[in-house]
Design a binder for this molecule. Structure first.
Ligand code: SF4
Length: 361
């Protein structure tokens, strides 16, 4: 049985938030659009990382109309590096719907807002409470951790039903007077004080309400379910160059990293070495059997469902003809132009390697 905490909890929390919140570009008196963009970016991304992307994105697309009119490639390019590109595509599509069907005004009705692409329960609660004062609790990873400790609740915060489990308690604690600030304060508390490791309980504004603090169990909470490690897949990427032009492919619009551009890559089989896979791939692509790819670097990356190990090769070729023309759009580009295309973070690293090594035969 969880103790009712009453309004004293949110009073203490908001007093602390008013005095200690970080100055962030999306705080102050942001437009609903600014709140929306920031919340979409902050899903799965830390504040420090999101800040730079947010400012760049808002400079390029300052309002719903600018985003709605933009080309998708332009949107992806300004999202590149943040990951989770479906979020950018959904935000773009949602802006087009708002422009077309809501006269450019972001709906202040949670049900209508929730019908837009990418507007799930968290985004809806966060945007509607912060921008319009709707009394909806927003539950992200920080909030789940704070709630788990406040109540010494052992329900795993990474369980598929964790959002459903923690939402009623978050809703019960929510300040009816300042729901948007209350939501932000809970997230800020999780980011600054009730951190994953070493929560700073002596400085915590709600320590008096905290069961984990009273029981001295904060260091053991929240509980996380042990998950199987995502499988490891091995890929080979190749910086294919002819007379200072670099080959780039565009990925299919649907699926992982849809619409982004990348250096040619292939998955290698268990039977071949990375060098063999690269030679086989270059031959299939260009018909040049004499090409000798040179190993450039190795990269690791983790997606939600698998981990990636990539061997990157550098390989000059004697012509730009592709033997097996692919269905995918491709370009041979000067190195300086490659950065103008939306690249995943892995391909940005490959580009940086090429720039640093000034790979220009
Ligand atoms: Fe977290 Fe400690 Fe505050 Fe409890 S007292 S909410 S464990 S920081």
């Amino acid at each position: 049985m969880r103790p009712p905490l009453g309004p004293a909890f949110s009073t203490q929390l908001l007093l602390w938030f008013d005095a200690h919140q970080r100055a962030l570009p999306w705080r102050g008196a942001p437009s609903p659009y600014a709140v929306w963009v920031s919340e979409v970016m902050l899903q799965q991304t830390r504040v420090e990382s999101a800040r730079h992307y947010y400012e760049r994105f808002m400079q390029r697309f300052p309002d719903v109309a600018a985003l709605a009119q933009a080309d998708e490639q332009d949107v992806l390019q300004h999202w590149a590096g943040l990951g989770y590109y479906a979020r950018a595509r959904n935000l773009h599509r949602a802006a087009q719907i708002v422009s077309r069907e809501h006269s450019g005004k972001i709906p202040d009705d949670p049900t209508r807002f929730a019908s837009l692409p990418g507007c799930g329960p968290y985004i809806t609660a966060a945007v509607q409470s912060i921008a319009f004062g709707a009394p909806l609790a927003a539950v992200d990873g920080n909030v789940k951790r704070v709630l788990a400790r406040l109540d010494a609740d052992p329900f795993p915060v990474n369980h598929t039903r964790a959002h459903r489990h923690y939402l009623p308690r978050a809703q019960e604690l929510l300040s009816p007077h300042r729901p948007g600030d209350h939501n932000q304060a809970m997230m800020e508390l999780g980011a600054l004080i009730c951190t994953p490791r070493n929560p700073d309980c002596p400085r915590c504004p709600v320590a008096a309400f905290c069961t984990a603090r009273a029981q001295d169990t904060a260091h053991r909470l929240p509980v996380r379910e042990k998950k199987q490690r995502a499988p490891l897949r091995h890929f080979v990427s190749v910086i294919l160059v002819h007379r200072r032009r670099y080959l780039l492919f565009q990925r299919p619009a649907k699926g992982l990293l849809g619409g982004l551009w990348e250096f040619p890559s292939t998955e290698r089989t268990a039977q071949e070495t990375a060098q063999e896979a690269c030679a086989r791939y270059v031959h299939a692509l260009t018909g040049h059997s004499g090409a000798v790819p040179q190993h450039a670097t190795q990269l690791q990356h983790a997606y939600t469902h698998f981990r990636l190990h990539i061997d990157v090769y550098y390989c000059p070729v004697p012509s730009r003809a592709l033997q097996a023309p692919t269905q995918l759009p491709h370009r041979w580009l000067p190195l300086d132009d490659v950065a103008d295309f939306p690249l995943s973070s892995v391909n940005q690293k490959i580009l940086r390697w090429a720039q640093q090594h000034n790979a220009r035969p």
